[in-house]
Design a protein around this ligand. Structure first.
Ligand SMILES: Nc1nc2c(ncn2[C@@H]2O[C@H](COP(=O)(O)OP(=O)(O)O)[C@@H](O)[C@H]2O)c(=O)[nH]1
Ligand SMILES: [Mg+2]
Length: 206
């Protein structure tokens, strides 16, 4: 059989290989409601071709997936996104994007195993999904930062108002981001890494 013309078979992209300098790999979960930008964020920062399991939204999702504000969205992630980013030559993050809706919570058990921290992506038009997600992260003791995805028609609240609305303590970082921009998404991940580092330092100094 002649495979030469097949574009389904390709060699690996060079960046699919881990840099040989990598010494530590950290698992990070990106979680949030439907249409909040998880797939976009993993896609914008990942240095490998991101793996994503999008499936066209079916009748089943209607009335269940509240897509207020994302009316043009026709696909919803049924399982997860996966990507990878090297933060330094030594440190590599593995990113797992997962839905926040209650009917996907069964995925959380395996997905959060070994995860060092999480990014909670929020859309200020639909904060209620975030309440559930944050509650579950707190139950599991997974440290997290909040990234407010800056949708053009979303109301803009001062950070301290959001902190109050989400009932978050002072130490939890809240940052604004544009998940479509690599630099912005990377900044969110750096915020999480700094936060995790500060938690580790405060634990060892007790
Ligand atoms: N304006 C704006 N749109 C975004 C941003 N992030 C994602 N989107 C758009 O919002 C829609 C939903 O994003 P998606 O990543 O699929 O959401 P997911 O369900 O959380 O994976 C897509 O059409 C994105 O292009 C952002 O930061 N700003
Ligand atoms: Mg998605």
């Amino acid at each position: 059989m002649d495979f030469k013309s097949s574009d389904a078979i390709r060699g690996p992209r060079t960046e699919d290989h881990l840099p040989h300098t990598a010494q530590a790999a950290v698992k990070i979960v990106i979680v949030g409601g439907f249409g909040v930008g998880k797939t976009t964020m993993v896609g914008s920062v990942s240095e490998i071709r991101p793996l994503t399991t999008e499936e066209t939204m079916t009748q089943m999702g209607i009335g269940v997936d509240d897509n207020y504000g994302s009316e043009s969205k026709t696909a919803t992630t049924v399982a997860m996104d996966f990507g990878r980013i090297s933060i330094t030559e030594q440190l590599v993050l593995y990113l797992f994007g997962t839905p926040g809706q209650e009917r996907f919570w069964f995925l959380w058990n395996g997905l959060f195993e070994g995860a060092l921290g999480a990014v909670v992506l929020i859309d200020t038009r639909r904060l209620e999904v975030s309440f559930d997600v944050i509650g579950r992260l707190e139950e599991r003791g997974v440290p997290f930062v909040i990234a407010v995805n800056d949708f053009p028609d979303a109301p803009r609240y001062p950070v301290e108002d959001l902190r109050g609305a989400l009932d978050l303590t002072e130490d939890i970082p809240i940052v604004k981001c544009d998940a479509r921009r690599r630099a912005s998404s990377r900044e969110v991940l750096m915020t999480l890494m700094h936060f995790l580092h500060s938690l580790a330092v405060s634990k060892t100094s007790v």
